[in-house]
Structure formats: C-alpha cells, structure tokens
Design a protein around this ligand. Structure first.
Ligand code: NDP
Length: 255
C-alpha cells in the first residue's frame, strides 16, 4: 500500500517553465517517481537540449512549447497533446517571472507582464488542462506560489500581488473542481538559487540577511521542492485540496 502512495508510473505530467530552475528540477523529480514528463517554455532550442539531457538520464520526455500568457495558444497546445499523444494527468503551473523596482516608479507595462506571466498563466493552462481532467473525473494541479503569497518585501509589490492571487486561485480551483475528482494545490517555495533570483544570489548582503532570517539558516536547493511536488501529484494526496504547502526553511513561521 505505502509503495503505491507516491508512485507516478503511467502518469503524464506537464510542467510549465521547465527548461531551467525550479520547473526543471520538478520535472526531473516527477520522472524519478515514474511519470512521463512534458517540458514547456517559449524557447524550443532550450527545451530540446533539456529533453535530450533528461532522456540520457533515462527519463521519458515530451516537449510542448507555448507561451503560457497566450490563452488560445495554451488551449491549442494542450488539446493537440491530449488528442495526439495522450492524457495529461498532472499539471504543474510553474512558469513565472520577477521584476524589481520601487512601487512608486514601477513601470505599468512590467506590472501587466507580471500579471500575465504569474497569474493569467495559471488560469490559461489550468483551464485548458482541467477541461480534459474533468471529463476523465481525475487530475492533479499544482500551482507554484511563493512565500510572497503571504509576505511582502521591498521592491517586489507587484510580484507579491500575483503570488497572493496564485494561492487564492488555487483555492478557487479546488472549490470548483474537487467535485470532479481533481486535487488542486499550491507549493510556496522560499528562496532558491535560480536564474530568476540571480540578482539576489550575486548580492552577499542579501545572502547574509537570508541566512539570518531563515530558521534553517540557508538558501534552499531546488531538489528540496521535489518531495512536496510528488506528494501533491500522487495518490497520497487524494483528499488534499486547496492547500498551499510552504517549503521555505521556516521563513514564514517566524518573525
Ligand atoms: P526561472 O526564471 O529560473 O525559470 C522560469 C521558467 O519559466 C523558464 O523555463 C522560462 O523559459 C519559463 N517561462 C517564463 N515565461 C514563460 C512564458 N510566458 N511561457 C512559457 N514559459 C515561460 O524561474 P524559477 O525557476 O526561479 O521560478 C519558477 C517558479 O517558481 C516561478 O513561478 C517563480 O515565481 C516561483 N518561485 C521561485 C522562487 C525562487 O526562489 N527561485 C521562490 C518562490 C517562487 P523561457 O524563458 O525559455 O520561456
């Protein structure tokens, strides 16, 4: 019984924004639990390179390039995959971006881009995939939120707004779709060294602050998000719905 709780054999998982960073680590981790993985991003060359690397490690990999901010493109790509290749059992809405700047000078176009990339994307791809999941009466959706779903920090107010919305959209998805057999949840990562955070990684003052502020006393490693993602993708989480699971070294637990 226990061995099947976290088994993803025979499942297919689409991870948006999986050509690098957290999405890449989650895709590889889901593959380790037995899933066929579908890589997504906007850059086909980058995706093909990633796919080759993962195939060389023994992963079963498909590639589905589309821009998650484009509602019609997301719908068309998902429908094409479902019709031509097979069902998407697990969706990880991971693609996202950051833009830093004082709120009083924040460019309106950057604000719009953040909204489209971090929150419209979750609606776009979530809706496209959920339509098929609802028809099958089963599916797992995992949205990547952030510690900024709960807490603000200077210079990232718009990002904070989008991640608060991701956590609440997750509750809405669960409320509408649990009755159809879907489990919709979120993972809220703390601070992980990825290209999105390069400015912070390069700033020794930030690392010193982070090590002091985080009870675990360090940055997270992207592989440390995999366990939460497998749990929320697997039979083990069959009655977990609308939850945001913080994987943050305790940063949101303490002042
Ligand atoms: P990265 O910038 O390292 O990776 C982002 C990925 O998303 C890339 O693969 C990129 O590929 C893809 N992407 C970006 N925009 C689009 C788009 N419009 N359509 C399709 N794909 C897109 O980010 P991280 O790995 O750091 O972050 C991943 C998620 O985790 C984000 O939602 C982020 O907010 C969240 N997060 C990250 C934390 C961290 O510490 N790093 C902490 C908390 C949350 P391409 O550009 O080729 O399209």
């Amino acid at each position: 019984m226990t061995s099947t709780l976290f088994d993803l054999s025979g499942r297919t998982a689409l991870v948006t924004g999986s050509s690098q960073g957290i999405g890449h680590a989650l895709a590889r981790g889901l593959s380790g639990a037995g899933a066929r993985i579908v890589l997504n991003g906007r850059n086909m060359t980058k995706l093909e390179t990633c796919a080759e690397e993962l195939r060389a490690e023994g992963c079963s990999v498909e590639v589905l390039a589309f821009d998650v901010t484009d509602h019609d493109a997301a719908r068309a790509a998902v429908d094409r995959f479902e019709d031509g290749v097979g069902p998407i059992d697990i969706l990880v809405n991971n693609a996202g971006m950051q833009h830093r700047g004082p709120l009083e000078d924040f460019p309106a176009d950057a604000f719009e881009r953040l909204l489209r990339t971090n929150i419209s994307s979750v609606f776009n791809v979530g809706q496209a995939v959920a339509r098929h999941m609802i028809a099958r009466g089963a599916g797992k959706i995992i949205n990547i939120a952030s510690v900024q779903s709960a807490l603000a920090r200077p210079s990232i107010a718009p990002y904070t707004a989008t991640k608060g919305a991701v956590a609440n959209l997750t509750k809405g998805m669960a409320t509408d779709w649990a009755r159809h057999g879907l489990q919709c949840n979120a993972i809220a990562p703390g601070y992980f060294k990825t290209p999105l955070n390069q400015a912070l990684v390069d700033d020794p003052e930030f690392t010193a602050w982070l090590e002091k502020r985080t009870p675990a006393g360090r940055w997270g490693n992207v592989e440390e998000l995999v366990g939460a993602c497998i749990f929320l993708s697997a039979p083990a989480s069959s009655f977990v719905n609308g939850h945001t699971l913080y994987v943050d070294g305790g940063i949101t637990a303490s002042l």
